[in-house]
Design a binder for this molecule. Structure first.
Ligand code: TRP
Length: 462
């Protein structure tokens, strides 16, 4: 069958079946969005880039840039109904543009792969923290002790390699067996439980932490503290946390039943994801300020702040372990989304069995992940360009590839896809909602990404 014929043939359905309902899609997209980005990354970059002003830019980026791009990405996915590369090639040809749009899919496959490589290492830290909590390592620990505990963990490359390997295997098992739906069903219970734990922890921070200072830090913008790099990082985080810009949401959109509403689904995902990040911040910062921890310590932040809290509360050993288990699940549903574009691409392009494709991608990502393991241990002084290997992988994937991917997605959906195609697919008529989306997708989101890039490279001053 020719590519074109295959494309047409599959338009009403995808090769891999469908979500049972729109709710299933929203849950899967939320499952991919909520992960280490919310619990681990958001607090430490807010701390690093100075608090309130960064949070404001981040919120603006999520809703003014991220939301229209997420909508565009779902829309393209459902119209193309294939893996992101094939989808872009087919839609590019169909709309009378170029096949070269397929390179957009390639950027996504690459970004997902790079992110997976370090994501798995951090998730490995989380795994070791489950054990540490249960064995009482946090009991009554003070600032020096939690800091030393984190540093010795990250420095112990054998231990972190074990964590990294276990997590990668967990990802492979789910993706290879094709039991994502099983995992997603579990998440229906575990995600609310994670929110409940976060709320309890916010209560703890309110009583025991310096809540006023933590709140102020997050919500009173001090614009002086915001660097141009901070703006780029805030934008990158919006893409990272929403899982957009790399085709995962496009791939998920490919399985969305016809007629299911896209805009409101995207809004639900963005709101829940943001709420969880904010809650995590409200847990972490009051603890940090009450204990004199530096908010700008970097990737170890939550691994230092949370044990302080767990170590002081009654039953903290078990509560801490439960919390890290829930974070592991959140990371797990994200990692399956990170690996999916590469796996789908190999399956559909080379006709390899799914298991083989999954193992191949996982082994490669595991190997690259060792670079991150060493970035926190034996190679922590090997610095180039943005810093360690980890810093470079994170910067390249999150601050460059995702925004570039997102930019191309929104340009395609806003400018290449004709009005009839997009309004038909979005299914909200041609009224206010459609016009609003199109305005954001054509002008606001692309302009914002370009301006932030130019600003970060120092080419323009805002
Ligand atoms: N959103 C995820 C998190 O916050 C990370 C992520 C980025 C992701 N891009 C993705 C997950 C694509 C799944 C698919 O942790």
């Amino acid at each position: 069958m020719s590519e074109q014929a295959a494309g047409t043939f599959n338009r009403r359905s995808s090769l891999h079946g469908h979500w049972s309902s729109r709710l299933a899609f929203v849950l899967a997209a939320t499952g991919s969005a909520v992960g280490l980005g919310n619990i681990w990354k958001f607090p430490y970059i807010v701390g690093e880039y100075g608090g309130g002003a960064f949070v404001m830019v981040y919120l603006g980026a999520v809703f003014a840039v991220g939301l229209p791009i997420m909508t565009s990405e779902i829309l393209l996915g459902r119209r193309g109904r294939r893996n992101p590369i094939a989808t872009m090639r087919i839609l590019g040809a169909e709309e009378g543009s170029s096949r070269h749009w397929q390179w957009l899919g390639a950027i996504g496959v690459l970004a997902g792969f790079l992110i997976l490589s370090f994501y798995s290492v951090i998730a490995g830290w989380v795994l070791t923290y489950i054990v540490k909590s249960l064995t009482g390592s946090f009991e009554g620990a003070n600032l020096q002790q939690v800091t030393a505990l984190f540093e010795s963990t990250a420095d112990d490359w054998v231990l972190t390699t074990v964590g990294h390997s276990v997590f990668m295997i967990m990802t492979v098992v789910v993706v290879a067996l094709g039991v994502q739906h099983g995992l997603e069903r579990a998440v229906r219970i575990l995600m609310p439980l994670l929110v409940l734990c976060l709320l309890l922890l916010v209560g703890y921070s309110y009583i025991e932490g310096d809540f006023v200072r933590g709140w102020d830090f997050m919500f009173s913008p001090n614009w002086q503290a915001l660097s141009s790099e901070g703006i780029l990082v805030a934008l990158g985080q919006a893409f990272f946390t929403l899982s957009i810009g790399m085709g995962t949401i496009m791939a998920y959109g490919a399985y969305l039943p016809e007629g299911a509403p896209i805009t409101s689904s995207a809004l639900i995902v963005a709101l829940s994801d943001t709420a969880i990040a904010i809650l995590a911040g409200l847990v972490i910062f009051p603890i940090i300020f009450a204990n004199g921890l530096d908010p700008a310590v970097g990737p170890g932040l939550v691994f230092e702040a949370l044990p302080l809290a767990f170590g002081q509360m009654p039953g903290g050993m078990y509560f801490g372990a439960l919390f890290f288990v829930l974070v592991t699940f959140a990371a797990w549903t994200s990692s399956i989304g990170l690996i999916e574009p590469a796996v789908a691409w190999i399956v559909e392009t080379f006709y390899r069995p799914r298991t083989e494709a999954t193992i191949l991608v996982a082994v490669a990502a595991w190997l690259l992940g060792m670079g991150t393991v060493f970035s926190f241990s034996i190679w922590k002084d090997k610095l180039f360009w943005q810093g360690t290997i980890f810093d470079n992988l994170e910067y390249l994937s999150t601050n460059i590839l995702l925004p570039v991917g997102g930019l191309l997605i929104t340009v395609f959906a806003g400018w290449i896809l004709c009005r009839n195609s997009s309004s038909e697919e979005l299914g909200v008529g041609t009224g206010f909602l459609y016009k609003g989306w199109r305005l954001m997708a054509r002008f606001v989101a692309p302009a914002a990404v370009v301006l932030v890039f130019l600003h970060a490279t120092g080419l323009i001053q805002l």
